[in-house]
Design a protein around this ligand. Structure first.
Ligand SMILES: Nc1ncnc2c1ncn2[C@@H]1O[C@H](COP(=O)(O)OP(=O)(O)OP(=O)(O)O)[C@@H](O)[C@H]1O
Length: 291
């Protein structure tokens, strides 16, 4: 398989604090991967290490490049966006596009101009004169005109309203993603991106507690909504997680569900948000969850 990213034994340390602990993963081409984790879990540190922006221990290979020693060459094929809502407010749109030509070697000016022509954004406007939605459109035009292989987005839709967030993800999937390109998106908006992801990575206290494709997750984790009469049997079967939803008791099993689960209650597909809560618990059964 053609892997764009190979990471092994990655540790990021801030003084005595380990923000990322012995993390290993590989990312093939043609994927949209959600990087999920609570506040302070280590998502930004992981992405910054991949971009060679902070010191790390371990090995990172991005498209054959070492981010520590070959950062400039690597950045020709990688696009890293920490927050799409931030553009210099004083800059004129046309100048921003020109500036991008110098900033990213794979930036296609004509393509960005074509994309912008489909919006109502005037080329002579300053960023500060644009509405938030227009700023997102401008950002989208810029991003989708970068001919990179790997896109790394850290909380890309922070501060945007729902239509703007939806527009952002629609563009990403329809205009940028191909079989050769991969996107890694760190976000807290789990339910919002669940449907567009091909894979999920979950990080908890710096450890990678889950990395799998969405289709595998559907086989690995199973949910059941049950009544009080089945509670003792469910508890005895040691579910990964139990929670209440719409007045009912629910449990998530990770490969260890009792054979008669369907008789104990109503089986359902586990949503990422619930899986996230289950795996972010300190008492999680990691041996069931990690690959
Ligand atoms: N520059 C720094 N110096 C010291 N500690 C840091 C620094 N940056 C991050 N940390 C710590 O490292 C841990 C991971 O932080 P990181 O920003 O990577 O998490 P995150 O998952 O991106 O969080 P959030 O979702 O809140 O943005 C946290 O405990 C944080 O306090």
């Amino acid at each position: 398989m053609n892997h764009l990213v190979k990471v092994s034994e990655l540790t990021v340390q801030y003084g005595a604090k380990s923000a990322v602990k012995q993390v290993a993963f590989e990312l093939p081409a043609g994927r949209i991967i959600g990087l999920l984790g609570s506040n302070g879990a280590g998502k930004t540190s992981l992405m910054q290490a991949m971009m060679g922006l902070i010191p790390f221990q371990g090995k990172i290979d991005i498209l054959g490049f070492d981010p520590k020693t070959q950062r400039e060459a690597m950045l020709e094929h990688v696009c890293y966006i920490p927050d799409v809502a931030i553009l210099p407010p004083w800059i004129v749109v046309a100048d921003l596009l020109e500036l991008m030509v110098g900033l990213h070697p794979k930036f296609k000016l004509e393509l960005a101009q074509q994309k912008l022509a489909r919006t109502i954004i005037p080329l002579d406007a300053k960023v500060k004169q644009l509405s938030r939605g227009m700023i997102v459109q401008l950002h989208l035009a810029i991003i989708s005109a970068i001919d990179a292989k790997l896109m790394i987005l850290d909380e890309p839709t922070l501060g945007l309203d729902i239509p703007a967030r939806k527009a952002f993800y629609d563009m990403l999937v329809n205009d940028w993603c191909t079989d050769e390109r991969t996107v890694l998106i760190a976000t807290h908006q789990v339910d919002e991106i669940e449907n567009l992801l091909s894979d999920v990575m979950m990080i908890n206290h710096g450890e990678l507690v889950l990395h799998d494709s969405i289709s595998n997750l559907e086989e690995r984790f199973i949910g059941v909504r049950y009544g009080l009469d089945a509670a003792a049997q469910i508890e005895a079967a040691a579910p990964l997680h139990r929670f209440r939803q719409m007045g009912g008791e629910c449990a998530i099993f990770a490969g260890n569900a009792p054979a008669n689960l369907a008789e104990l209650g109503q089986i359902f597909r586990v949503e990422l948000a619930d899986l996230f809560v289950a795996l972010a618990q300190p008492s999680m059964e990691k041996e069931h969850a990690t690959n």
